[in-house]
Ligand binder design. Sequence first.
Ligand SMILES: *Cc1c(COP(=O)(O)O)cnc(C)c1O
Length: 401
Amino acid sequence: MSRNGFYDSIDESLDSIKADGLWKSERELTSPQGGTVITGGQHVLNFCANNYLGLADDPMIRTAAAAAMDGYGYGMASVRFICGTTDLHRALEVEIAEYLGTDDSISFAACFDANGGVFEPLLAESDAIVSDSLNHASIIDGIRLCKARRYRFATRDMSDLRQQVEIARADGARSVLIVTDGVFSMDGYVADLASICAIADDTDSLVMVDDCHATGLVGPQGRGTPALHGVVERVDIVTSTLGKALGGGMGGFVAARQNVVDLLRQRARPYLFSNALAPGLVGGGRAGLRLAKEGDGLRERLDSNARQFRAEMTKAGFILSGEGHPIIPVMIGDARLASEMADGLLARGVYVTAFSFPVVPKGTARIRTQMCAAHTADDVNRAVAAFVAVGAELGIVAGAA
Ligand SMILES: *Cc1c(COP(=O)(O)O)cnc(C)c1O
């Protein structure tokens, strides 16, 4: 193809994304992230952030981040092993490990990088990875970068999981690693780690959990899905993020046994060939971790908002997905209707996002709401009222009596 032909083909791709109604535009906020944000000059309730504990603009985190920047400067200008490791980086890693109940942890620029780098050093051609079909894109990419044989099980289907592990064993796999999201973010379900660990026990397999939507909010003291299910000791590897409940900054990590973390420090490519986390993010992340650990009050508020929203929306006639998590998808079906619904809600001061194909299967478009501890019961009521009003206009529900 000619040079011009290359650019023409890019234009064709852009046109087809638009023609399919799949164009994602970005709404600009002119305020900090929070329970309420300003966009288009309008104050709106935000129901689509991963800001579960409402810590994204927390004053203590801001102060801690600023203090770290004052003491250690703006950037590291180095990977960790050359001259990019401060005592703050090690303190963060030790605190993460203590929180999640593992020997140690290793930080990355993002959980996308943690998942991208975790598999390749640990597993060889002779090994197998058995992965849930709805696992996050970064897990799928990380698995592609490693030589282990790949098996996939139907999401949350424990009999299929057992069968796929048995097939991997029959194919002669040396080690078998079962990989799951701790929470499936499009559907709002928590993985059944008790059953997964029982299958892992029966088949002498390893277990890895990506707990990005759980760390800080799920389980006792927010210690995640392994703690919720009482399987902290049995889960071999946890990956997660500083970019969601723990303050919403940036940074990912792998928490595991000492020798696993040690090998990742020697071999994980996104760790060896990418910049160390900036001091401000490390200082802010440590404060976020502490606030999450001490955040029973925030988790109670979050749970109460989720229970209220679920109950009121169900009563209003909406069909909801998920269970026991502050991700509450409102199922609409038609992609265009879902996007009209989101527009109507924004006009009424409630910011939500519609998800459609290819992010979710065709015909299952939805509005994925995410609860936040910064919302009051009254905020939740206002959101439900807006859903009912717009839902009635669009013929999705009967409307208020
Ligand atoms: C958000 C998310 C990631 C990516 O985390 P970042 O730190 O933002 O890169 C990975 N896995 C899951 C399941 C996520 O939800």
